[in-house]
Write a protein that binds this ligand. Structure first.
Ligand SMILES: [Zn+2]
Length: 85
């Protein structure tokens, strides 16, 4: 999985987890909250595996919605790996 696919998947997982929490609150069902927690844990796992610099392999910071343009560790451009930019 590419860095940017991992990023998009993570955004989708977080949105789905928020939706599950809202549905869980509405339906007063703990199972939906548990599903949201499992989803977030799986998301963290996939980020730890795939959200890495393709040049140096270090884990990238997850602070910006769109992701960093340059690796903060080796300084190389990450833009070329993103087909959306
Ligand atoms: Zn790097």
């Amino acid at each position: 999985m590419s860095l940017w696919t991992s990023r998009k998947l993570s955004n989708i997982c977080v949105a789905a987890a928020v939706l599950l929490c809202l549905l869980g609150a509405q339906a007063k069902t703990a199972a939906l909250f548990a599903a949201a927690i499992v989803l977030l844990l799986l998301d963290l796992l996939q980020l730890a595996v795939f959200y890495r610099c393709p040049h140096c392999g270090r884990l990238l910071p997850f602070r910006q919605w769109a992701g960093p343009l340059y690796c903060p560790y080796c300084g190389r451009e990450l833009n070329a790996q993103n087909p959306d930019r």
